[in-house]
Every structure is written in structure tokens, then in C-alpha cells.
Design a protein around this ligand. Structure first.
Ligand code: AMP
Ligand code: ZN
Length: 113
């Protein structure tokens, strides 16, 4: 499958890994929008939120457990951070492997759209 995040998870493309377990991989965004900008992804290829089902949704809860832990480790838990998932064209999704942006380390813009 020609998916850049699947290749990163497989180690075929380098990444700055910050966390890995059996089902989740997290790495620094190559084009950071904030001092802390980490992408948290399921190892299973799920293209977008549109493909989340009862069969694969357990990993989403686990991703939020990982996000909570990483926010503490990265030092942004106390001051706050944002978790963003873009879905589809209108949201500007560019990589079609489900991912959660963890953004923090500075006050973030309040605008949601
Ligand atoms: P989105 O626009 O929500 O699909 O986000 C995709 C994100 O993936 C962007 O923030 C990119 O900077 C990031 N990205 C793309 N390629 C890489 C890569 N090889 N390593 C790390 N981050 C990447
Ligand atoms: Zn993939």
C-alpha cells in the first residue's frame, strides 16, 4: 500500500519517534505548527474518521490514553494543548492514514475554522 504513514510505522521512511506500542505509533510532525507537534497514529491502516467502525474503534480510545501520557511527558499537560484530526478535503486532510495532531507549547489560536 502506498501510504507514507504505513511506511513510517514499518521503518521504511525515517521519523522522530516519541512513542510506540503494539497498536499505536507517535512521531514528530515534519512541519511543526507549534513548539510541540506530534502525530499519533494507529498502526492499522485506517484512512480517515470515515473508516472508523465498531470493529476498529478501540484503538481510538487507546490513542487518547497515549495522548494524555505524552502530553505529560512533553510538558504541555498543565498549560494545555489541542488534539486535531482532519477528515477529508474540506478539513484539509493531506495524509489518508488516520492521525491525531497533538499541538502545544504555546497559546494556540482560538478559531476552530
Ligand atoms: P493532515 O493535513 O491533517 O493530513 O496532516 C498531515 C501531517 O503529516 C502534516 O502536518 C504534515 O506535516 C505531516 N507529515 C507529512 N509527511 C510527514 C513525514 N514524513 N514525517 C512527519 N510528518 C509528516
Ligand atoms: Zn497507512
Amino acid at each position: 500500500m502506498d501510504c507514507i504513514f504505513c511506511k513510517i510505522i514499518a521503518g521504511e521512511i525515517p521519523s522522530q519517534k516519541v512513542y510506540e506500542d503494539e497498536t499505536v505509533y507517535a512521531f514528530k510532525d515534519i512541519n511543526p505548527m507549534a513548539p510541540v507537534h506530534v502525530l499519533i497514529v494507529p498502526k492499522q491502516h485506517i484512512a480517515s474518521v470515515n473508516e472508523v467502525t465498531a470493529e476498529n474503534s478501540a484503538v481510538i480510545a487507546h490513542i487518547y490514553e497515549v495522548a494524555s501520557q505524552l502530553a505529560k511527558e512533553l510538558g504541555v499537560a498543565e498549560d494545555g494543548y489541542r488534539i486535531v484530526t482532519n477528515c477529508g478535503k474540506n478539513a484539509g486532510q493531506t495524509v489518508f492514514h488516520l492521525h491525531f495532531h497533538l499541538l502545544g507549547g504555546t497559546p494556540l489560536k482560538i478559531e476552530m475554522c
